[in-house]
Design a protein around this ligand. Structure first.
Ligand code: ZN
Length: 304
């Protein structure tokens, strides 16, 4: 039986660009309902300075609330040592540290070079180890950057090797601005798998409509961990032209239709997606499944 984990990132990547705000109680309601729908991993917040992204000023409260949800891995994003410190102090049990493969994106996003960001990772790892916290890493703009243009494969693969050597528990390659094609995905994930034994994750944006095709390409290289955002919510305020993530509901439906078990209840997921539209009336949601519903001939891998 093939299984895969779809990790909801709407509360982080989705809300990051949204003009609307969600209050803490609504975020926790979202987390609880998503966990009840069968999701086992949710990226719940980002420990960035509240002055930069006020929508995450409640990060510590969200961590505390999410920690009370059973059978859920709540992931907090961190961009520097201070963020990791704050996340761990707040009780985060799983953090993801982000390094931008693009120099231009790194300067714009975290105001340091890619090498400087990489050099901070061992410090983050040490903090996490001391606290018994799982630390993964994500490489953003791995498939290109709207500021810089091309990002050489060698740059990304060298980051994979280094992050792996430093002890990252998992490594996610992120197509932050939706530049990747399935051919790029196959090439880069194959290369990454040659450089690390750690689980690889895929983070795709559907900016140019290739998001789900990229999921299939990554799945074929052995990737079993996919970030997605309910209703396709999301983007990056520091990467011009970035639009939403692949829609969680479409990603789950795709995987299930390929016989890959996700453990997710399609009905509960679609109901939550409708609820999200009520919570965020001013945000444009995308995704096809919620509009049409599952095909009459569809049966989920998870119950079959
Ligand atoms: Zn993203």
């Amino acid at each position: 039986m093939t299984t895969a984990c779809v990790r909801e990132v709407g509360l982080r990547d989705g809300l990051q660009l949204a003009a609307s705000r969600l209050d803490t109680d609504t975020k926790l309601d979202w987390i609880r309902q998503q966990a009840a729908a069968g999701f086992r991993e949710i990226e719940i917040t980002s420990f960035v300075p509240p002055s930069l992204l006020p929508q995450f000023s409640d990060a510590a409260e969200v961590v505390a609330g999410a920690n009370a949800v059973a059978d859920l891995t709540s992931v907090s994003l961190v961009l520097n040592v201070k963020g990791a410190d704050r996340a761990i102090a707040a009780g985060a049990r799983h953090i993801t540290y982000v390094v931008s493969a693009s120099e231009a994106h790194s300067q714009s996003n975290v105001r340091c070079s890619t090498q400087e960001a990489l050099d901070r990772f061992p410090i983050v790892m040490a903090l996490a180890r001391d606290a018994g916290v799982f630390a993964g890493a994500a490489i953003s703009t791995a498939f290109g950057c709207s500021l810089q243009g091309a990002v050489p494969d060698q740059q990304v693969l060298s980051l994979v090797s280094s992050l792996s050597e430093y002890g990252a528990g998992e490594i996610t390659l992120a197509d932050t601005v939706g530049f990747a094609s399935p051919r790029d995905v196959t090439r880069l994930f194959r290369g990454a798998a040659e450089r690390t034994e750690r689980p690889l994750g895929a983070h795709f944006h559907d900016t140019r409509g290739l998001g789900l095709a990229n999921v299939v390409a990554a799945l074929d290289t052995g990737v079993r961990h996919f970030d997605a955002s309910l209703g396709g919510l999301g983007g990056c305020p520091f990467a011009p032209g970035a639009s939403g993530n692949i829609a969680t509901e479409d990603c789950v439906y795709l995987l299930e239709s390929l016989g890959v078990h996700t453990g997710v209840s399609i009905d509960a997921m679609i109901a939550l997606r409708q609820q999200l539209a009520v919570w965020l009336p001013d945000e444009a949601l995308t995704g096809k499944l919620a509009l049409a519903g599952p095909a009459r001939t569809f049966s989920t891998a998870s119950v079959a």
